[in-house]
Design a binder for this molecule. Structure first.
Ligand SMILES: [Zn+2]
Length: 393
């Protein structure tokens, strides 16, 4: 399989596999009985005798009406995520950190992204939010002549789907408290902090030090975060595959050359025998032998090439949801006579700005242009006529 082909497969199945392993392991933890009916079709008997026949493969779900598809956004997967949260598959950690707002905001945000055909952004207000970051730990199994397992981690901001993996190490510098509530559940202490945050917001510019974040819901679900984490992993997987392939390249070429040489010599010998004989029956037998040898050679060469192919399988091992303070900096961006807002995100716990992502396709963006309804990275033109796909399939 070529690299490009692998990426297609991985885009189609990588996220699906992560869902599959999460669901099957959660069912196991719940004590549900799971029977494999056929390839990718499972009969599930949940505690309380509720029965379901499920699949993770959209094609199978389309072919059979007795099968429920489990994928992003389905109630069954959401319910499994809820269960996983309480069974230790997903941990929630809250980070306490002083919220320092960087100085010279206007210069800083102007350097983060270029707004096409617009005046430089003008900062209009700042506030604190509680951000939700999803840390996914994957086990990636590379299958080549030997099997190599690698742990790969991705950190995704659930507000913007920005890839924050480069800030992962900074999380370890903070103390955290462990809890099970996720966003939206306000505890007594949170309510108190909201009041504090509101009061602080009133004179935010005068007193920027340590306002308390308040809980906020994110536009993306945990499962969207997992899908995006798998997507962010792809370049790293591709790199490892290229590395394994280059390591094995000499060996593969040697083996192919040896084989080629052997078959060339054999065929030469048979050809010689064929030319030397006048016996028609013997000539016929030799002809057959030559054909068989050629076929054998082709198979052998294919086998060697296949033995050096590298495939990768991604499995979500565990996930941690971090509740962190985030400083939101709203800027007004002027294009001709229109003014449009844009919100930048600063992560005080890492003293770093979140990478700017395209609000439409969520890829990291170096520049943004104004579309009909929102900012975009240039992807909006490409999408006209296509159904807008928010997340990788
Ligand atoms: Zn885009």
């Amino acid at each position: 399989m070529s690299k490009a082909e692998f990426l297609n497969v991985s885009q189609a199945t990588g996220a699906g596999r992560a869902v599959q392993s999460l669901v099957l392991e959660t069912l196991d933890l719940m004590g549900a009985a799971v029977d494999v009916v056929e390839l990718d079709v499972y009969d599930v008997l949940l505690p309380g005798d509720q029965f379901k026949r499920i699949t993770f493969d959209p094609e199978i779900a389309q072919e059979r009406d007795d099968c429920e598809l489990v994928t992003y956004g389905t109630p069954f997967l959401e319910s499994m995520v809820e269960v996983a949260k309480t069974r230790g598959r997903l941990q929630v950690r809250q980070i306490e950190s002083r919220a320092e707002v960087p100085q010279n905001l206007e210069d800083k945000v102007a350097n983060l992204v270029h707004f096409v055909k617009c005046k430089p952004p003008k900062v209009s207000r700042t506030w604190m939010e509680e951000g939700l970051l999803l840390l996914c730990q994957f086990v990636v199994t590379f299958q080549a002549d030997e099997v190599v397992e690698e742990l790969m981690t991705t950190l995704i901001d659930l507000q913007s789907l920005a890839d924050l993996t480069h800030l992962h190490a900074a999380l370890d510098h903070h103390w955290f408290t462990v809890g099970l509530e996720s966003n939206g559940t306000m505890t007594g202490r949170d309510k108190l902090s909201t009041e504090t945050a509101n009061r602080d917001r009133a004179d935010a510019l005068a007193d920027r030090l340590n306002p308390r974040p308040h809980p906020i819901s994110t536009p993306f679900r945990l499962t969207d975060g997992v899908a995006w984490a798998v997507h962010a992993l792809e370049p790293r997987i591709e790199k490892t595959i290229a590395h394994i392939q280059s390591q094995n390249n000499t060996q593969r070429e040697d083996e192919l050359a040896k084989s080629r040489h052997y078959y060339e010599a054999t065929l030469k010998k048979l050809d010689k025998q064929w030319s030397a004989t006048t016996d028609a029956e013997k000539k016929g037998r030799l002809k057959q032998k030559i054909e068989a040898t050629k076929l054998d050679r082709d198979h052998r060469m294919e086998d060697i090439s296949r033995a050096y192919e590298v495939t990768a399988e991604v499995r979500l091992d565990q996930a941690i949801l971090y509740r962190v303070p985030v400083v939101c900096v709203q800027a007004q961006v002027q294009q001709r006579i229109q003014v449009y807002p844009y919100v930048f995100r600063y992560h005080p716990w890492a003293s770093a700005w979140g990478p700017v992502t395209c609000p439409v396709c969520h890829e990291a963006a170096m520049y943004l242009e104004r579309g009909t309804e929102s900012w975009h990275c240039g992807c909006e033109q490409k999408r006209i006529g296509h159904e807008t796909e928010m997340l990788p399939p």
